[in-house]
Design a protein around this ligand. Sequence first.
Ligand SMILES: Nc1ncnc2c1ncn2[C@@H]1O[C@H](COP(=O)(O)OP(=O)(O)OP(=O)(O)O)[C@@H](O)[C@H]1O
Length: 368
Amino acid sequence: MTDHTIIRFEQVTKLYDNDPPVLNDVSFEIERGKFYTLLGPSGCGKTTILRLIAGFIEPSNGKIFINGKIVNDVPANKRQVNTVFQDYALFPHLNVYENVAFGLRIKKLKHNEIDRKVKEALRFVNLEGYEKREIKEMSGGQRQRVAIARAIVNEPEVILLDEPLSALDLKLRTEMQYELRELQRRLGITFIFVTHDQEEALAMSDEIFVLNNGNIEQSGTPTDIYDEPINRFVADFIGESNIVPGVMLKDFSVQFAGKTFECVDGGFDPNEAVEIVIRPEDLEITMPENGKLRVHVDSQLFRGVHYEISCNDQDGNEWLVHSTRKAIVGEEIGLTFDPEAIHVMRHGETEEEFDKRLEAYEEGSYEK
Ligand SMILES: Nc1ncnc2c1ncn2[C@@H]1O[C@H](COP(=O)(O)OP(=O)(O)OP(=O)(O)O)[C@@H](O)[C@H]1O
């Protein structure tokens, strides 16, 4: 734990009733002032983590720390944490000002202090002049901002956001992504944001936790996770991927689709069976004789920015290509790629094992 750590989960397990655990021995740290995203499919435990941090539920096992203190028994209203819910949970019978002022009135702050704080919060989310508006007269994006103003007015150290953009249409959603990110930078408060949308997670976050079945599969920056997925689940969930079986012959040399290729990975056992990931945008179309792979074009879709081309190699592996060049369905083409585009994954490796192997390998290659 460092001085920057604001939240820490230590081997936290959560069971509802006596059902199987929805969180399974989960440990992680959250640093102050960063934008975190919990990303994963429906039911993987994202909201459960938020509710544990907020203090709405207690862990079945393990410890939760905020600012270095165990908070397992600390009630929600005593934590420096505020939540922005998916449906915003605004009070429909109160106007914008009163919605934001609500928590401060409960705390019995002085009238002029409430007024100053509410106005400052509304200014922060660009809603000056909307004080007297009814909630029903506000658009989806504006309601979102009221909900955020209501959270920041309490000056929390952490804001939890549970899929706050999911009710918005695509255009507004994109605008709000920029707005939220910018707001987090200006405020300097830790944001923990929940989504099942991988593009949203990649665009907004400093750090992403990829969850599956109550476990954190991988954590890291968007580029770490996109460029070095540690397993098939992460590679598949974060963007489209080509995943094919291969054999790591030795450091920097991997075999797949019946051929041997130079790569940049190492630290595997000789001739270890592995899985290979290559992103569709890292494959380039060439003449068949110039390709590292020769493939047959099965289908093609125009996606606006690029063509999405589906091909097969002689071993029956499917290859998805994103290219600004058009291919012809039924023809043979070549595919080429850089050694850096090949990502090698060890079967069944956990994030901890992955980090250890990389560290050992880097130390070893440094000594050489
Ligand atoms: N109060 C509860 N009682 C019993 N089971 C629950 C309760 N709340 C959640 N669960 C179960 O726990 C699991 C994880 O739920 P959680 O809401 O944390 O998932 P999630 O990743 O946020 O999903 P979504 O994206 O659909 O909101 C699910 O299987 C869910 O059915």
